[in-house]
Design a binder for this molecule. Structure first.
Ligand code: COA
Length: 109
């Protein structure tokens, strides 16, 4: 099971994941932040891109699970690699698309 990160909590504030910008939750899976279902409150103002940068600046990778068509397009544009895996192991084992941006190489995986 993944650790859930809700907007405005201490963990969320590390990444700027706040309820004025996003609805939904993030998950923590080892050295990755998993994005499964979020919505931008103010779309197309760069807030998702900033969230990605904030996560990577913490030395973490990003996984986007079962993305919507817009999110798929964004992941492809930003060089995420397409893999496949369960939505949330042990909770929902359906195999879906997962776009992965590895953590910076200086960090041990
Ligand atoms: C997908 C979503 C979260 C993106 O959030 P956002 O805050 O609008 O994203 P940003 O403004 O940071 O844009 C990120 C990049 O995607 C591009 N982009 C965003 N929305 C786009 C759209 N509808 N069409 C084309 N490009 C788009 C931006 O131009 C930007 O490109 P850049 O990095 O080259 O400048 C938002 O569109 C949304 O909430 N969609 C509805 C719910 C959804 O699909 N959630 C994802 C579930 S996995």
């Amino acid at each position: 099971m993944f650790d859930h990160i809700y907007p405005d909590t201490i963990e969320a504030l590390e990444f700027g994941f706040t309820s004025d910008l996003f609805e939904g939750i993030l998950w923590r899976q080892g050295g990755y932040i998993v994005i499964a279902s979020i919505k931008s409150v103010l779309p197309r103002q760069g807030n998702l891109s900033q969230l990605f940068r904030n996560i990577r600046e913490k030395g973490l990778g990003i996984k986007v699970t079962n993305p919507s068509p817009i999110m798929t397009m964004i992941c492809q544009k930003k060089g995420f690699v397409l893999t496949h895996g369960p939505v949330e192991p042990g909770i929902c084992d359906d195999i879906v698309d997962i776009y992965v941006k590895k953590m910076e190489s200086k960090t041990v995986e």
